[in-house]
Design a protein around this ligand. Structure first.
Ligand code: S3P
Length: 449
């Protein structure tokens, strides 16, 4: 779990061509959901390719505390013996979700309509993040919560005794909020309806259908309307977790900015609710190709082939694309620093409430590295330096894995490399980041004791 141990300062240096194949780990969003839905099914769910990062491991532990049996078989294979919808037992300890907003918000949803009490906490990053966005809709089901101001963790939820279904319009573009409401709706009788104005990642909807829930989606002028029929018996599944496009972003973007690079990142899911970064890079003029396009498990999948792209141009990233690349803005800002012209990113207020304030964290580190960045409440502009980024400074990572990896990638193309104060958070989502990048030829070192 991050945020509790010693820090690991790290440095990356300008390196020669990155080449070869990058096999990135399983998708974080799908891994959390596979464990939680497995725990809510009756019988054994088998999972292959689970992301064994700290965030997901914390969710696995939590599912055990709620009564499911979770077994690690090795090689990314896991099984979950679920207790069924409404079958969670009351935890006899505090649930620590570490650094993971997805973990804690989805689990709060999953327990909120059972008559049990649970207390949640996390690391210093998670305990700063807003939870009222989840506890407000959970209150409509009849759950009560007692947290710090603005619902911050540590927080206790008393699940509803007799939950009622809800109609809820999600006020912020958040798949975590949508998913918490849907998971709570599982144990409420009747139909729970969730309306989202902007489409966010739809893994919960797809996977609920896969597990046998009755769920329909309709797009109309009001937005995307998701209707779930409560109290289904979920059927255990065999799940193969696809590789994470958000992790793939790092070796791909590294290849684009390091001279002579040619990197293949196979088997990446291109679910349209997740793939915004790749289309943005192509619009910027990146040499990024989708090879061997195919469908797997109902999702588009491709091998992504990225080559050094010295002529990328800054663009205006359409705000309506934000939800489909919300975790990729930090690494996009790195690529934008190497491009020609200004990259303008708008409609991205949500970046301010992630594992860190990601606009602030990136803007501060990029400025120190010699890049001009302007920012406002829900926008930022990065002025590209046409391939020449000075670097040579140390960025603060604020317990945020994506900030840490973004600056390490920046250092691979920057004249004087780049350092970060702490690489520990990388393990939350991409535990094999260092060996994977090293195998491609990157120079990334741990510089601390
Ligand atoms: C996630 C949703 C997004 C994303 C996070 C994973 C999910 O968060 O940033 O990394 O798995 O549902 P929000 O729902 O807060 O936008």
């Amino acid at each position: 779990m991050s945020g509790h141990g010693a820090v690991i300062p790290m440095t990356s240096q300008k390196c020669g061509a990155l080449t070869g194949q990058a096999d990135v780990p399983g998708d974080k969003s799908i891994s959390h959901r596979a464990l939680i839905l497995g725990a809510l099914s009756v019988g054994e769910t088998r999972i292959q390719g689970l992301l064994e990062g700290d965030d997901v491991l914390d969710t696995a532990k939590a599912m055990q505390v709620f009564g499911a049996e979770v077994i690690k078989h090795g090689g990314g294979a896991w099984s979950v013996h679920g207790v069924g919808v409404g079958g969670f037992s009351e935890p006899d300890c505090i649930i620590n979700c570490g650094n993971s907003g997805t973990g804690v918000r989805l689990i709060m949803g999953a327990m909120a309509t059972s008559p049990i009490v649970a207390t949640f906490t996390g690391d210093q990053s998670l305990n700063k993040r807003p939870m009222a966005r989840v506890t407000d809709p959970l209150a409509l089901f009849g759950a009560q919560s007692y947290g710090r101001s603005e619902g911050r963790l540590p927080l206790t939820i008393m699940g509803a005794n007799e939950a009622v279904p809800v109609h809820y319009k999600v006020p912020v573009p958040s798949a975590q909020v949508k998913s918490a409401v849907l998971l709570a709706g599982l144990n409420a009788p009747g139909q729970t309806v969730v309306i989202e104005k902007e489409t966010t990642r739809d893994h919960t909807e797809r996977m609920l259908v896969g597990f046998g829930a009755e769920l329909s989606v309709e797009d109309n002028a009001k937005g995307r309307i998701i209707t779930l029929t409560g109290q289904p018996e979920l059927r255990p599944q065999d799940i193969i977790v696809p590789r994470d496009p958000s992790s793939a972003a790092f070796p791909i973007c590294a290849a684009l900015i390091v001279e002579g690079s040619d990197v293949l990142v196979p088997n990446i899911g291109l679910n349209p609710t997740r793939a915004g970064l790749f289309y943005t890079l192509q619009e910027m003029g990146a040499d990024l190709e989708f090879e061997n396009m195919r469908e797997e498990g109902g999702e588009p999948v491709a091998d992504l082939h990225a080559k050094y792209s010295p002529n990328m141009k800054g663009i205006e990233v359409p705000p309506e694309r934000a939800a489909s690349m919300i975790d990729e803005y930090p690494i996009l800002s790195v690529v934008a620093s190497f491009a020609h012209g200004v990259t303008r990113m708008h409609g991205v207020k949500e970046l301010r409430v992630k594992e860190s304030d990601r606009i602030e964290a990136m803007a501060t580190g990029l400025r120190a590295a010699g890049v001009t960045v302007e920012d406002g409440p829900d926008w930022w502009h990065v002025h590209g330096l046409q391939g020449y980024v000075p670097g040579g400074t140390t960025a603060a990572t604020h317990l945020d894995h994506r900030i840490a990896m973004s600056f390490l990638i920046l250092g691979l193309g920057a004249e004087n490399g780049m350092s970060i104060d702490d690489g520990v958070p990388v393990a939350t989502s991409f535990p094999i980041f260092e060996p994977l990048m090293e195998q491609l030829g990157a120079s990334i070192f741990r510089t601390g004791a």
